[in-house]
Design a binder for this molecule. Structure first.
Ligand SMILES: [Zn+2]
Length: 376
């Protein structure tokens, strides 16, 4: 370990050095740490800024994209004059100006099965700032096999989630939470819209997770998933448990080595929707259909509009329970319509033929149909 900081570093980190849980030893631990940030976008921007200002000694950034003007609203590490330049170049310029005391390595390439072991070999902590399933599953699997700490987060419009996975046998892994990638193309931020504050919060929380993990202080999100929505001030911590049937870390794994994660990039089914007004007509008529709520049980306690509750994560296992609806109408709903879209795809992949997604979820129902339904 470095035995000391230079005089400029003492000045730079003075506020940290005065903290009980940091001190000189803590700051030196940060200086020794090796952290890789995957993706320098909405999450990676605040995360890498705070990691570098905190004094992470060895920081890697990987991204193969270039800066676009439409990124700047939330990808705050980049600026107008860098539009068209590789994101890692732009990020390096900003970080170096801010804190020249760190060893910063950039990778202007796409993380893949071919380069991940080489790149990961230089780091102990991985930040997932990616925005696609292919990378998220690749990171989840690689961190499990290569024994890295993974701080993963994702954002969808106003909502987001974050958790930290530790590569220990008794801890859940990414696939305990999400066993397989959904068979759908994830819309990008420009298509679905992106509220800038959500990645700002989550990226900063990711840096927080890394600092606590390195310093071994406070409480990390070990086996905890945080869901948040800054628009509604919704904040929920969910306990994660190890899945005994996990395809990666379970006793009978089906994934035994790092391999390419196959995510269907093409929408191969037409996804049908139903508006709240039409569902209301269905509900008040004699029509036979299954109303399927794929939210978590705690959300059911907040508000519901009836139907059968099967949380999205359990849907695969519980499909036999609803087998009698293979040829009947099914309307799926969640909070805003994103999880139910994934559920619809799962159902369609299992030959459920008449599946519809409730547009806007229970939230839109509350706004359009029944204001007594509590919004959250
Ligand atoms: Zn697992």
């Amino acid at each position: 370990m470095h035995s000391k900081l230079c005089s400029e570093e003492y000045q730079y980190y003075k506020a940290h050095l005065s903290l009980d849980s940091f001190g000189l030893q803590g700051q030196l631990k940060l200086k020794e740490a090796r952290v890789l940030v995957v993706g320098v976008g909405g999450l990676g921007s605040p995360c890498s800024l705070y990691l570098s200002s905190a004094g992470i000694g060895h920081l890697g950034l990987i991204d193969f994209d270039v800066v676009e003007r439409s990124n700047l609203q939330r990808q705050i590490i980049h600026s107008n004059i860098e539009v068209g330049y590789p994101k890692v170049i732009s990020a390096k310029k900003r970080i170096t100006e801010m804190n020249p005391h760190i060893d910063l390595k950039i990778y202007d390439e796409k993380l893949s099965i071919d380069n991940i072991e080489r790149i990961f070999s230089e780091y102990d902590f991985i930040v997932d700032g990616s925005d696609n399933f292919e990378t998220k599953y690749l990171l989840g699997d690689a961190c499990y096999f290569l024994k890295k700490v993974l701080v993963t987060a994702s954002v969808s419009q106003f909502e987001g989630q974050i958790t930290t996975f530790y590569p220990e046998e008794d801890r859940p892994c990414y696939r305990c939470l999400f066993p397989h990638p959904p068979d759908i193309k994830m819309k990008n931020c420009a298509e679905q819209g992106a509220y800038s504050i959500t990645p700002a919060l989550l990226g900063t929380l990711q840096a927080n997770e890394i600092l606590k993990s390195i310093l071994n202080i406070g409480k990390t999100l070990d086996s905890k998933l945080v869901l948040l929505n800054p628009l509604t001030q919704f904040y929920k911590v969910i306990d994660l448990i190890k899945d005994p049937d996990c395809p990666l870390c379970g006793p009978k794994p089906t994934i035994t080595k790092l391999s390419k994660v196959r995510v269907e990039e093409q929408m191969c089914h037409y996804l049908d929707r139903i508006e709240p007004e039409e569902l209301q007509i269905w509900k008040t008529s004699e029509k036979e259909f299954l109303l399927l709520d794929v939210r978590e049980p705690f959300e059911l306690e907040i508000a519901h509009i009836g139907g059968v509750n099967i949380p999205l994560q359990e849907l695969d296992k519980k499909l036999p329970d609803i087998n009698s609806y293979k040829n009947k109408d099914i309307v799926v709903y969640c909070h805003h319509g994103a999880r139910s879209e994934t559920a619809c795809k799962i159902l369609m992949d299992h030959q459920f033929l008449k599946v519809k997604n409730l547009s806007g979820g229970i939230d839109k129902w509350s706004q359009d149909i029944d204001s007594q339904i509590r919004r959250y």
